[in-house]
Design a protein around this ligand. Sequence first.
Ligand SMILES: [Zn+2]
Length: 225
Amino acid sequence: MDWYGPNDEWPEHSKQYFRDALKYAQNAGWWFRKFEGHSFGIVICDQEMPKGDRCEYLVFSTGRGSEANARTLRSRVDRCPHRKGGSPASAVAIATELLDEAELLIEAAQACMTAADKQARTDELLALAAQQTAQAEETLNSALHLDEASRHDMSRANDLAESVGYHHPADGSLAPEPLLETADDRAALAQQTLKKPGSSRSRVRVRQRAREIRARIRALRAQLG
Ligand SMILES: [Zn+2]
């Protein structure tokens, strides 16, 4: 499992729009690593930069690799703040995109938390249905309904996480803690991007938004205990 550099020949994706988007990343100097299974591989902007600091984007194989994901990859390449030479996107634009992603990850974490609550209630109802006879059927129906709602929350959490290239664990189950951690990483990176002095109105606004987002993340983490 080695990295393919910008000058190597990369493995071919089965979808044309992903081949194009990957070529775009490659031409911008990005690196690629092939995976086995659901994920096709991962692209990163700079191989020498530590994980967490560099930009990275998970590419799915067929089925999960939608055209929208391919567009997101291009926009990530455009907005990489680590690009050497060339004209980088403005710090405000980069920070704004990172904060948008942080917010989607927070939403995914919240959906996971709601799903877990519903799942716990489902288990209670199922236990109750097993004990009682009179309203057992009604209780069982409520349990099944809640169970379905919980699955719906998880699938929404998955979609949200995927839309920002979140690299979820191999067993496929999302958990709120790592989602919030990644959201916080992106918000922190947004703050770092805006670290250079400057007090234009948009910079001040985006800095304020980053602080608010990080406070939300702290509150949710406290809730998780
Ligand atoms: Zn980058």
